[in-house]
Design a protein around this ligand. Structure first.
Ligand code: 2HA
Ligand code: ZN
Length: 274
């Protein structure tokens, strides 16, 4: 039995491979974090380092995440290489009792740190754990080309993006009835983008980063990856339709969106409808 034989590690690694295969992770683009359950931590403990690495202060605090453990991609690591060499590309980190520092307890065998976006992921976990009563476990960031293209064309508002995406495929209002948030362009990796994304994630489970990509959250890999995939596919359809050069001539009406929500038993964000 190896660390990478554990079901949770297999599913994490498969998610990275799936993202690579979608073309969302050029070079070291994107990052994925997963908050482990107590049972998963217990299964992993035999594989942890006898001597964990030093504590690293994150510059942000998530009191509701004190003592939690996360799997994270490594800073500068390529999604393409995760399945080939998980011990080099990934790590497991433990959060301290103040919720402001981490230390590596497994992985990154050749050195390194968790993703450059770890403070953003960590704060978003904190917000989503609070918003979902502890159900949220996954934060996933990818460079989804069609959605990025939309951020050069549509006004950068939550309403404009939510409507355009809902109208682009009938499943969309069922998959993300709450819509998506939009964060204006900012330098990645810093506190400003972390705080701006957190503000959106209080209300949404997905946040568009203008001219950069998408942040998604969810209870498990299937749901979170599925949300990323659904939003990016809707964006692709929007871009394809606009590329025909005649503008959008007809689309799903607002009453149509309401009818989908009613029949599928979801609550669509009414203030985004006319
Ligand atoms: O990991 O995607 O946003 C590289 C990035 C930063
Ligand atoms: Zn990125």
């Amino acid at each position: 039995m190896k660390m990478t034989d554990l079901s949770i590690m297999k599913r994490y690694i498969r998610t990275c491979e799936d993202g690579w295969n979608q073309g969302w992770h050029e070079r070291n683009g994107g990052n994925l974090t997963y908050r482990l359950t107590k049972e998963e931590v217990a299964e992993m403990k035999p594989f942890f380092y006898d001597q964990p690495r030093e504590w690293v202060n994150m510059g942000v605090t998530g009191e509701n995440l004190a003592g939690e453990y996360f799997i994270s991609t490594g800073s500068g690591k390529f999604f393409r290489n995760v399945a080939l060499d998980p011990e080099d590309s990934l790590c497991v980190v433990e959060i301290n009792e103040r919720g402001d520092s981490y230390r590596i307890v497994w992985g990154l065998v050749n050195g390194g740190r968790p993703t450059s976006e770890f403070p953003t992921h960590f704060m978003n976990h904190s917000v989503r754990v609070a918003a979902t009563n502890g159900v949220c476990r996954v934060i996933y960031h990818a460079h989804t080309a069609n959605l990025i293209a939309m951020t050069y064309v549509l006004p950068l508002t939550d309403r404009d993006f939510s409507r355009a995406l809902w109208q682009s495929a009938t499943e969309c209002p069922v998959v993300f009835p709450g819509g998506v948030g939009v964060v204006e362009w900012m330098v990645p990796g810093g506190a400003e983008i972390a705080l701006a994304t957190c503000e959106k994630m209080k209300e949404y489970d997905a946040a568009v980063w203008a001219h950069h990509g998408l942040f998604c959250s969810g209870p498990d890999f299937d749901t979170t990856f599925g949300l990323m995939h659904t939003i990016e596919k809707a964006a692709q359809i929007w871009v394809l339709a606009m590329s025909c050069g005649m503008g959008i001539r007809q689309t799903i009406t607002d009453d149509g969106l309401r009818a989908i929500a009613r029949d599928f038993g979801v609550t669509i964000r009414e203030d985004f409808l006319d």
